[in-house]
Design a protein around this ligand. Structure first.
Ligand code: NDP
Length: 329
């Protein structure tokens, strides 16, 4: 038995419900590994879990991303060995801890050139950017030179997506909540970045694209941007809804999509994309290649001790963070 600290919630609520508890961790069962974390990734989905927007059975552990070293390997796990440096985005939640036992399927060996902090900061966010840009394509496809709109472009997923889109030759228009965040997104590959708290992003997108609109909108802001996002799309454009940082998208009538240009709408989640070991590894290899190749830099902009997890959640929800945030055990 190994001892570990773990963040637990006994009720849904604000950051104050996050508390550190002492737990014992056993040996991995079939298909599992035991990992000692060196860094833990903070994600907006952790906020949805904490508030109950995405309800978990209580009491619940939080955290879906981490990096560390494999301490023990269960029966049937062939792609990992004791001592491997690894990183993951995985269910069930529970990465906010020193040591954990978890399913091995989504755990990947980390290239030597990628640090633990970068690993913990890039798996959930980077695999998300990967599937958004590579697998969420409009029926007519996406070609280099096409315009796309990416909301919250200076955030964790956003900064990775800006750089990756530039590497793919896409003309990414970002949005962000301050001029400083816009400058950061621009420096990382967004051809334009609109401060959507100050400017009407629909009008600006129309002006930038010469009235044509964009082929895809990637919208993780949800309630506040939904309607405007649809109005930014070119005919047959694709609306990819993948988050609710401002609140869930309200119910809508599909009939509105016709007059707006025969639009397509999809709601995506990473965990549909990483349901097999092979697919997870293929997506991770694609991500590792752009990071080690220098096309995508992982911005770890905030670091908090694991014990300061409440402060980390407050900063993320208050829109005070840029890029990725890690918790350090
Ligand atoms: P971010 O670092 O991007 O933080 C969220 C950002 O959303 C904020 O910094 C803020 O940027 C923006 N935002 C806009 N309105 C609000 C609001 N009312 N309250 C708080 N933030 C707001 O987080 P992540 O990189 O972890 O995730 C980005 C988004 O992608 C989240 O919505 C997340 O749930 C989603 N996601 C979805 C996945 C999926 O597969 N479906 C997987 C991974 C992430 P600004 O101030 O610039 O507006």
């Amino acid at each position: 038995m190994t001892h570990s600290r773990a963040v637990q919630i006994d009720a849904f609520g604000g950051p104050e419900v996050l508390r550190l508890v002492d737990v014992t961790v056993g040996d991995p069962g079939p298909g599992e590994v035991r990992i000692r974390h060196h860094a833990i990734g903070l994600n907006f989905i952790d906020v949805y879990h904490r508030t109950g927007l995405y309800p978990l059975a209580l009491p619940a552990r939080l955290g879906m991303e981490g990096a560390g070293v494999v301490e023990a390997v269960g029966d049937g796990v062939t792609h990992l060995a004791v001592g491997d440096r690894v990183a993951y985005a995985a269910q069930p939640p529970g990465s906010y801890c020193d040591v954990r036992v978890m399913p091995a399927m989504n755990v990947c060996r980390l290239p030597d050139a990628i640090s633990f902090e970068e690993g913990a900061a890039m798996m959930l966010k980077g695999l998300t950017a990967q599937y958004l840009l590579k697998h969420c394509r409009p029926v007519e496809g996406l070609q280099p030179g096409d315009y796309v709109l990416f909301h919250a472009a200076a955030g964790g997923v956003g900064l990775i997506a800006c750089q990756w889109a530039r590497a793919l030759g896409l003309r990414l228009i970002g949005t962000a909540g301050t001029d400083e965040k816009c400058a950061l997104a621009h420096a990382n590959g967004a051809e334009h970045c609109i401060n959507y708290r100050r400017e009407n992003f629909v009008e600006r997108v129309k002006a930038i694209t010469g009235g044509q609109g964009v082929k895809v909108v990637y919208d993780s802001v949800g309630k506040d941007t939904w309607e405007g996002s649809l109005d930014c799309l070119a005919p047959f454009g694709l609306m990819v809804s993948f988050g609710n940082a401002s609140g869930p998208v309200p119910p809508f009538a599909p009939g509105i999509l016709g007059p707006k240009g025969s639009l397509y709408v999809t709601r995506q989640t990473l965990f549909t994309h990483i349901t097999s070991r092979e697919r997870t590894q293929a997506m991770a290899d694609d991500l590792f290649a752009v990071v080690t190749g220098g096309q995508v830099k992982i911005h770890v902009e905030q670091r908090f001790a694991l014990a300061d997890v409440q402060a980390a959640h407050r900063a993320l929800e208050a829109r005070q963070t840029t890029g990725s945030t890690v918790l350090l055990p």
